[in-house]
Design a protein. Structure first.
Length: 536
């Protein structure tokens, strides 16, 4: 039995006129009857004032004046003018967290089961209560791509798989251009691009640009039952203009990185202490083993190459460096979802550190390999043309070796900048430089001076510990889900110290194993900025 409630006036055709809801028979319905229940449901729906209800009310009042485009208030009626662009506007007061927008986006775009372009999260006051003088408050937040004015995904893509429409500002992903490197995932501070393992590429929200071009609202806006999402025309945001509106204090990533355009509005004054509901949830990031092998391999290789001319007693350092370099480059290809498209990596050379890393390391490898092989070519039973070629290169061996060394150094620097450019705190310049430069330095000193190598490794371990304390999220991950890897890294590092005084080869092997564990932590314990979410 449904208990009767106090009647309230549903909204009528002029959005203010009361309409009486009565049973079809015209007589009062007994409590608990079907008519009373349906009347109550109808009153609830009219009270919501949904877009569909508004359209129906206007049609009832003025059917002759009704036009289909009269209710296209979910999108602007004109395209953006000079200095303007499209943007999402989200009414926080209307968002109920029903996830109809998520479902509509998923259905229209034909996404895979665990793929989503739009999410619904939660912000709240964490320690509210009467004794603290603040009322408890929570707010659902729907979020998708912010179509930033300075998009990190577009700036970081090595193959130009992103484009920004100059007329609308919409940032689109070109699926047929993508190589699946996922660097855009690391560059976006809002966790917008999503890697699709089945397709081997990244995909993201494009504001349903095809629907907008046809005068239709995006799927999320059209499906929202409370009209919480719409497309608006805004001035192009400036460098100093705050974005994301009222959520700027809700533990969202800083707008200064990419200048997002989404506007969150509310008639209420949101508490300043708002924070994401999942702010304390630890999230272990992907291991990226191919990248671990690439970074450790190239940096060890550079160290051995530096030590080679200064260590005449170790004649195989240069060949070992070249072999390690080749293995590292080969391992890196496994990181790509579409490796056959990797030849396009030079396209983003002007703005992408990933392009610069790939091009410079690719150019360095033949020079390093040639430097390592030249001393042995004359002793091999090779055809006459190869012998002639080797003899001709002999006088240029020093130039080739130095050129390869310079390019390889630039490649390792590009590797560091690739992660620094993501603006993640754990990958900040001091932490990244200490780890990567330390790997090169220790591997070079291993064959030059045992005390110097042991001292350099000790300083590296101390710097890792000190710099880790400045990254609270990463420190919690080291002490929690990743503690075994952390302990393994420390154990291997400490084991290497006495081995340097016995023989450099076993010391280098133990050191390399420790660096693999350290670089695994570098990826798995990194902070992952994103929009507010719901605790797992």
């Amino acid at each position: 039995m449904v208990a009767p409630r106090q009647p309230y006036p549903p909204v009528g055709p002029d959005l203010g006129q009361a309409v009486t809801v009565a049973p079809a028979s015209g007589a009062p319905s007994p409590v608990g009857s079907l008519d009373a229940y349906l009347a109550e449901l109808l009153a609830d729906q009219q009270r919501l004032v949904t877009p569909a209800a508004r359209a129906a009310a206007t049609y009832d009042a003025q059917p002759a004046a009704f036009r289909g485009d009269h209710f296209r208030d979910l999108i602007p009626l004109t395209t953006p003018g000079p200095g303007e662009r499209y943007a999402f506007e989200v009414d926080l007061d209307a968002c109920s967290g029903c996830k109809a927008c998520v479902t509509a986006c998923h259905s229209l775009n034909g996404l895979d089961e665990h793929e989503s372009f739009r999410d619904v999260g939660l912000v709240l006051t964490p320690d509210a209560g009467p004794h603290l003088g603040e009322a408890a408050f929570s707010q659902t937040v729907t979020t998708a791509c912010h179509h930033c004015a300075d998009p990190g995904c577009l700036n970081g893509c090595p193959v130009l798989a992103y484009e920004q429409d100059p007329a609308t500002g919409i940032v689109r992903h070109l699926d047929d251009q993508c190589i699946g490197c996922s660097y855009c995932v690391l560059k976006c501070p809002y966790d917008v691009p999503k890697y699709n393992e089945r397709l081997g590429i990244v995909r993201k929200c494009d504001m349903c640009h095809g629907r907008l071009a046809a005068g239709e609202a995006p799927a999320c806006a059209q499906a929202c039952p409370t009209h919480a999402i719409r497309i608006v025309t805004i001035p192009a945001p400036g460098n100093a203009e705050p974005q994301l509106g009222l959520l700027a204090s809700a533990a969202v990533p800083p707008s200064s990185i990419t200048r997002p355009t989404t506007r969150y509005v509310s008639k209420k004054q949101l508490p300043q202490s708002l924070r994401a509901a999942d702010a304390d949830t630890l999230s272990v990031q992907p291991a990226h083993w191919p990248l671990v092998l690439l970074l450790v391999g190239t940096q060890l290789s550079l160290g051995l190459l530096l030590a080679s001319p200064l260590s005449p007693g170790f004649t195989l350092l240069a060949p070992a460096s070249a072999a390690l370099f080749a293995a590292a480059l080969a391992a890196s290809v496994a990181h790509l979802g579409q490796p056959l498209r990797a030849w396009r990596v030079f396209l983003g050379l002007r703005r992408s550190w990933l392009s610069r890393e790939a091009v410079v390391l690719g150019a360095a490898f033949p020079l390093v390999a040639l430097t390592a092989s030249l001393p042995y070519l004359s002793s091999l039973p090779l055809p006459a043309p190869f012998v002639t070629f080797a003899s001709a290169l002999g006088p240029w061996s020093l130039v080739i070796g130095h050129s390869g060394l310079v390019l390889m150094t630039l490649g390792v620097i590009s590797s560091g900048m690739l992660y620094i450019d993501t603006h993640r705190h754990f990958w900040r310049p001091s932490n990244t430089a200490a780890r990567m430069a330390g790997t090169v330095l220790v591997s070079a000193l291993a064959f030059l001076s045992a005390p110097a190598a042991a001292l350099a490794l000790t300083l590296k371990l101390l710097l890792e510990h000190v710099l880790l304390r400045a990254s609270p999220i990463s420190a919690r991950l080291h002490a929690g889900p990743l503690r075994r890897v952390h302990h393994t890294r420390l154990a291997l590092g400490l084991l290497s110290l006495p081995l340097f005084f016995l023989h450099p080869l076993p010391a280098l092997l133990a050191f390399a194993a420790g660096e693999l564990a350290e670089r695994l932590l570098y990826f798995r314990a990194v902070d992952s900025p994103k929009m507010p979410g719901v605790p797992a």
